[in-house]
Design a binder for this molecule. Structure first.
Ligand SMILES: *Cc1c(COP(=O)(O)O)cnc(C)c1O
Length: 401
């Protein structure tokens, strides 16, 4: 036992020495516009609840009602006896929202990726990832056993080279040529920039590859009624596998895949994170359905208008201070500091000033690409954004932080 603890202690020392130490910060409030932690009240600039729906009365009521009617837990996996009405209602609403034939809900976005990619590709196939995709996609691709290739971030020429290679790669005699799955995000989680989806769709069609797009940070925000960036660009119908999360702009918890009926059926049969895991709690699924309704309603349009106005305000403020901002508007604004310790130091200075902004370090982003990840919410007021910009004025990159 002591040897075990000693080994872990050594590893922990290593993490600390690299400036990569992480710890949990207990909140004594909901993770809303304001949070209470360590007896202090801080403005929350860290949440992915971009439309402020997690605290919305309609979602709270839907969760409470589902808990009353269906209980706190689902009792088993969906295939055993856990496939409850709230899950089916959510999936029908998701399919309609995405303009897809079908959808399948998972207990998390992580589980959605982890189950889906290995269900679609395996040994003999190729999976091609953008360099900056989320860890769950990397883990899923590794787990699949397919040959893994990575293309430079948003670099179509690099992707084309890989697709060309995939067509000519040597295959054992008599073996089928195998499938090629390209996976990317529409809006990238740590950089807030966008994938060139229109050209990606053209390219994968040209090579007969399949495309999976994770819209975790675009669902609810872009496109008609918040359907996502693929909808905004008019290419949703040409993407084989559309992924999204329910815990970000939709204000609840869970993940989903939307696409053809056959895709849904294959995942029900083959996605191990779906088959071998207890169904999402009914309250989460009911809250997500209610979140979808709000997102699609005129109130949702209003929240989006509010959000984009705050985003514009923050982008202008940051640009004035000399921080580079992503080319296209996004609710995620990374302040790239580089050095891990400097990022932690800036985060702690902002906390002193009353703002909660997380420092993001390796392995979430590359080494020496540490950053503060500022997120904007429709729940923020113009004064909130103004005060954050004022606080940041004390830590401009030009000042060497
Ligand atoms: C958050 C996130 C996920 C994981 O979703 P969870 O529901 O939090 O497990 C997947 N992909 C991306 C891009 C994300 O940002």
């Amino acid at each position: 036992m002591t040897a075990f603890v000693e080994t872990l202690r050594c590893r922990l020392d290593g993490i600390r020495e690299q400036g990569l130490w992480r710890e949990l910060r207990r909140l004594d409030s909901p993770a809303g516009r304001w949070i209470e932690t360590g007896g202090r009240r801080l403005l929350n600039c860290a949440s992915n609840d971009y439309l402020g729906l997690a605290a919305h009365p309609v979602l709270r009521a839907a969760a409470a009602e589902a808990a009353r009617r269906f209980g706190a837990g689902s009792g088993a996996s969906r295939l055993i006896c856990g496939s409850l009405a709230p899950h089916h209602e959510l999936e029908a609403a998701l399919a309609d929202f995405k303009g897809a034939a079908a959808a399948l809900a998972f207990s998390s976005g992580y589980a959605a990726a982890l189950g889906t990619i290995p269900a679609l590709v395996g040994p003999g196939d190729v999976v091609v990832l953008d360099k900056l995709v989320h860890a769950c996609i990397v883990d899923a691709a590794r787990l699949s056993g397919a040959k893994l290739r990575v293309f430079a971030h948003n670099n179509l020429a690099d992707l084309e080279g890989i697709l060309r290679w995939s067509q000519t790669r040597p295959r054992p005699v008599g073996e089928p040529p195998g499938n090629v799955l390209v996976v990317t995000e529409s809006v990238f989680s740590m950089d807030g920039d966008q994938a060139p989806l229109t050209d990606l769709v053209k390219l994968k069609d040209q090579f007969g590859a399949w495309l999976m797009v994770d819209e975790a940070h675009a669902t609810g925000l872009y496109g008609r009624q918040g359907r996502g960036l693929a909808d905004a660009l008019g290419v949703a119908g040409r993407i084989e596998v559309q992924m999204g999360t329910l815990g970000k702009a939709l204000g609840a918890a869970g993940g989903f895949i939307a696409g053809s009926r056959e895709l849904r059926e294959l995942l029900i049969n083959r996605a191990r994170s779906f088959v071998f895991s207890t169904a999402p709690v009914p309250a989460a699924s009911a809250a997500a359905t209610a979140g979808l309704e709000v997102v699609r309603s005129p109130a949702g349009d209003e929240l989006r208008t509010q959000l984009w106005s705050r985003v514009r305000q923050l982008r202008d403020g940051l640009a004035n201070l000399g921080w580079p901002v992503p080319a296209e508007p996004s609710a995620i604004l990374p302040l790239i500091v580089g050095d891990e310790a400097a990022a932690v130091e800036l985060a702690s200075r902002l906390r002193e000033a009353g703002f909660f902004v997380p420092a993001i370090r390796y392995p979430t982003v590359a080494r020496s690409a540490a950053r503060l990840r500022v997120t904007v919410s429709a729940a923020h007021s113009p004064e909130d954004v103004e005060s954050l910009v004022r606080a940041l004025a004390d830590g401009r990159p030009a000042d060497g932080l």
